[in-house]
Structure formats: structure tokens, C-alpha cells
Write a protein that binds this ligand. Structure first.
Ligand code: FRU
Length: 522
């Protein structure tokens, strides 16, 4: 996003609004239960509240930050405004989980201080105490983030890279006294992703020069002194600012090979309009990323409107596939979505793989395995189903036959529906939310998002996850994903198969209702 004056002057009103809002929404439990009709006392049962995606209990969130696995816990830090439900006072919120489904929100980890906001960044496990911050011969956590200082009459906005450390599993943090560790005196220089390069035996940072469409690569032995090693870009899509770079290694299907993926956020100018992300595939030797595709080739991580600034977890066990999750919103309307007392949520964690396709090597994504633990009984899919509720998962194989278009109407009732379909002539998979319910809060919301997809034979294979206010579509085993928010009325809960322009057949399919992660016993 662009940090101009209007964004910052909104900061003050956000604080005032925040105080008011606390007054309004932190109600004694029985009263809030009456208002929201809650079954439990979780405080997470308001209309549109996701039941197994992470969302903060109250207030605003955007990008995930500092995803790291450490001592059996997955940590999710996130851009957070502790004072209100619009962007401002950026700090790092914090949640932990042991299974990537049940998240427990903890106190703010890194707070705005002395006029410096805490922008996006990452966390590493310093196993050998290279930073000198770790106590008692044990590994510690080190956070690397962008500090944002707003302009004054004499100085422009400033973005620098900073560090902090924690010796108690991320519960408390100390900011390094000699911050910043990297200062180029730039207004736009942000979102450091740091990881350990086993090959080069040093820390690597990928950090963005948003307006130049460049990712800079730095190396360090101690996380304090950084040396510039190389740069990448411009390449691919450059219609907006480059943000949130992420560089990680992924195995390529059966071959025992790996490739490096450089993922870059683009805002605006993404494929679905507004914010979205592209990726490059290539090689990384610890110093330089080399794109193996032509510079102009653009690959999108997701074709929906609501998956931005995704990060992968650092320090996962070597045997585990990389796991990524993103912010499920879009800067076009993030501050207008009709949810309260929170705004912003994360996508499902997704398992990543690279597979050889007829178009070359591509990124595949699948919902994290543990989601299956929330499943109820398997229900065979039929062409018309009612009472599906708003929390379920289904997979289907459809034979296109002679039809020109096939698909599913979900969260449907009368004229209200979200369609997930395939257009044979255009060869695109689409999710259309123009009639999905509450769409009027932004002109950029009611849209049809589409992804190019070649069918395997004449058959369409889909896996779809719905969680009250979101639809995540994984087509062709995760080769194409479309992630979109939707705000349907509670009684819009039919699922209907449709075909037009000819005859198609539902070959097979299963549906599972998904329990709330707040349900007792889970
Ligand atoms: C992306 C972004 C980042 C920045 C953060 C601020 O959504 O604009 O570039 O660090 O949000 O909240």
C-alpha cells in the first residue's frame, strides 16, 4: 500500500475510534451472547466470523508476519492495529498453534514505539547464537521487520530494517538497542524475509524496493551487519508496488530435485484487480536468484482477490512440505469489509509443492492436512443439496460432456449465490461473487475472478473449502487456486450443480461439514 498523508492522518482518528470501539464491543459475555446469538462463550461467533481460519478477536489485521515453527509451536505474527478496525499504529499481533487450526491469540508481540510503526517482516530461530542474543546456550527467536517513521515538516517518510529478540518462545521481545540494522534513507524499502542458507552458511534477507520493482538480497553472519549480495527485477508484472518478497526452496515432484520460488506481492495491478501475488521459479546459490523462465513471464500464486502477502514458515522439520498462508483481503476494500469487531483474517495454511506440467514447473497448493480433523461424516455429493451451512469442504469430479459451462452454485438461496464454474470456450475456471450477498460496500468487491485452466481430458476436478465468509478453490489437485471473501446471508445454504449449453455429469464427489475450531472437544 502507499503510505501517504491521508493514511497517516487517519491514524489519529483510528486511535479515537479504537477507544470508542472498545467501549462498544467489549461487552460482558452474557450481553454479547444475546447480541450475537452465540452458542458458546468463545467470543468468535459473530456473523461472518471464520470458524477455522485465524482472525484476531478484535481490531484490524493485514499481512501475516514472522511465521516460524519452534519447539512444537507454530507462531503466527501479523500486522495489527491494537486500537481500531482500520489500518494504523501498526504493531505485531501474535498467535500460536500446535496443529495450524487451533490458534491461541497472545498479547501484542512488538508494539509501535517512539513514532516507529512495526511493518511486515520475519522471524528466525538462531540456533547457534550467531546474534549473541540467546541465553543459556539455547536457541532464541530473532525478528526482522521494517520500521516506519512518518514524515515531518523537514524529513520524508522513512523505512528501515530492524531486529528484536526473544528468549521465551516469542512471549516477550527486546528491540535491539542499535536499531536500525539496515538504513538506505529510503521512503519505500520494506518487508524483509530472512532465512538461514545452509548452502552459503549465512543468513539471507530478501527485501523490497517497491517502486523500482526490485528485490534486494543481503547476507549476514550475525543478523546485525548486512552486506548487499545481489538484486532481482524488474520482471513479470510491474503494474503496482512490489511488496512482501518471499524466497524459499521447494521439492519438484518425483525427481528428487528442488527449485527456489521467489514470490512477490503486487499492489495494485494483480490479476484479480488490486492486491495479489506473482512468483518466479529458478535457482538460488545463497547469493543470487536466477529466474529460469523468460523475464516477462508472469505466474500468479492465486487468481482470486483475497490472498496477499503470503509467507512460508521458517524452521519446519526437513521432512515437511513448505507451508504458506496469506492475508485474506485486498487493499481495494480491506477497511470496508462488513465484519465486526475485527477486520482481516488469514487464508488456510497451504502445503506447497512444485510439479512438472505441460507448461513447465508450477506451484501447487493444498489445504493443510490437519483440516481433516474438523470433518464430520462424509456425505456423498448430489446435484441439489440444502442445509449445507457455511462451514464445509467438498470435492467433485465433473465430466464436461457437451456443456459449455459447468459448476456449482454455493451459499445459494434464490437470486443470491456464488458460482464456481468452468467456461469451456474461454478455458477458464472462475468464481463469481457478483450476487453473493453483501457486495455493496465497495465497487471493487462484486466481481468474477478467473484463472486459465486446461482440463485433464474433459473432466473438471475441484476441491473447495468454505468458512462463513470465504471460498477457497483448489482446482486440478491445487494447480490453480482462487481465494475470495463472500458475505452471504445465513440462510443462503444450498449447493447446486449446474450445466449450460449441453449436458454434463457429476462423476463423483464428497462433502464434509467442518466443525468450528471453537467447538468443545476440539
Ligand atoms: C503489505 C504492506 C507491507 C507493509 C505492511 C504495512 O500489505 O503494505 O508492504 O509492510 O503492509 O502494514
Amino acid at each position: 500500500m502507499l503510505y501517504h498523508v491521508s493514511k497517516l492522518s487517519s491514524t489519529l482518528s483510528a486511535r479515537v475510534g479504537g477507544i470508542l470501539q472498545r467501549f462498544l464491543f467489549v461487552l460482558p459475555a452474557p450481553l454479547s451472547m444475546m447480541l450475537f446469538g452465540q452458542a458458546g462463550s468463545s467470543g468468535y461467533d459473530q456473523p461472518f466470523r471464520p470458524q477455522f481460519h485465524f482472525s484476531p478477536r478484535e481490531h484490524w489485521t493485514n499481512d501475516p508476519n514472522g511465521l516460524v515453527f519452534f519447539d512444537g509451536e507454530y507462531h503466527l505474527f501479523y500486522q495489527y492495529n491494537p486500537f481500531g478496525d482500520t489500518w494504523g499504529h501498526m504493531s505485531w499481533g501474535h498467535a500460536v498453534s500446535r496443529d495450524l487450526i487451533h490458534w491461541e491469540e497472545l498479547p501484542v508481540a512488538l508494539a509501535e514505539e517512539h513514532g516507529v510503526m512495526i511493518f511486515t517482516g520475519s522471524v528466525v530461530v538462531d540456533k547457534a547464537n550467531s546474534s549473541g542474543f540467546c541465553l543459556g546456550g539455547k536457541p532464541c527467536l530473532v525478528a526482522v521487520w521494517t520500521g516506519f517513521t512518518a514524515k515531518t515538516a523537514t524529513k520524508p517518510d522513512l523505512q528501515t530494517q530492524n531486529i528484536a529478540y526473544s528468549n521465551d518462545h516469542g512471549r516477550t521481545w527486546t528491540k535491539y538497542r542499535a536499531n536500525p540494522v539496515l538504513n538506505l534513507n529510503l521512503t519505500d524499502f520494506r518487508d524483509p524475509k530472512v532465512f538461514w542458507s545452509a548452502q552459503a552458511k549465512h543468513w539471507v534477507m530478501a527485501v523490497s524496493l517497491p517502486n523500482d520493482h526490485k528485490i534486494l538480497i543481503y547476507g549476514s553472519a550475525d543478523l546485525k551487519q548486512w552486506k548487499r549480495l545481489s538484486e532481482f527485477g524488474p520482471a513479470g508484472a510491474t503494474g503496482g508496488q512490489w511488496e512482501c518478497p518471499e524466497l524459499f526452496e521447494v521439492p519438484v515432484d518425483h525427481k528428487g530435485e528442488t527449485r527456489w520460488v521467489l514470490k512477490v506481492g503486487l499492489n495494485p495491478g494483480a490479476v484479480g484487480g488490486g492486491s495479489g501475488e506473482q512468483y518466479f521459479i529458478g535457482h538460488f546459490d545463497g547469493e543470487r536468484f536466477q529466474n529460469e523462465n523468460p523475464a516477462a513471464a508472469t505466474l500468479w500464486t492465486d487468481y482470486g482477490k483475497d490472498c496477499y502477502c503470503a509467507l512460508t514458515f521458517n524452521n519446519l522439520p526437513k521432512t515437511e512440505a513448505p507451508l504458506m498462508l496469506g492475508w485474506m483481503s485486498n487493499w481495494q476494500y480491506a477497511d470496508k469489509v462488513p465484519t465486526s469487531p475485527w477486520r482481516g483474517q488469514m487464508t488456510l495454511p497451504r502445503k506447497l509443492s512444485l510439479r512438472m506440467t505441460t507448461d513447465g514447473i508450477r506451484l501447487f497448493q493444498q489445504p493443510v492436512d490437519n483440516l481433516a480433523a474438523l470433518r464430520g461424516m462424509r456425505i456423498p455429493l448430489s446435484e441439489q443439496m440444502r442445509g449445507t451451512g457455511h462451514q464445509f469442504q467438498f470435492s467433485s469430479t465433473v465430466s464436461m460432456g457437451t456443456a459449455g459451462e459447468v459448476g456449482w452454485k454455493v451459499l445459494a438461496k434464490g437470486d443470491i449465490l456464488t458460482s464456481i464454474g468452468y467456461d469451456k470456450q474461454r478455458r477458464v475456471l472462475f468464481v463469481d461473487r457478483t450476487h453473493s450477498g453483501n457486495v455493496g460496500f465497495s465497487k471493487d468487491f462484486p466481481v468474477r475472478t478467473a484463472a486459465p485452466l486446461k482440463l485433464n481430458g474433459n473432466s473438471l476436478q475441484l476441491s473447495v473449502v468454505l468458512d462463513r465468509d470465504s471460498v477457497e478453490v483448489f482446482a486440478d489437485d491445487g494447480r490453480v487456486t482462487i481465494t475470495n471473501l463472500v458475505f452471504a446471508p445465513a440462510d443462503a445454504d444450498s449447493l447446486e450443480f449446474y450445466a449450460s449449453g449441453g449436458k454434463a455429469a457429476l462423476v463423483s464427489g464428497s462433502l464434509w461439514k467442518l466443525r468450528s475450531r471453537w467447538a468443545s472437544g476440539h
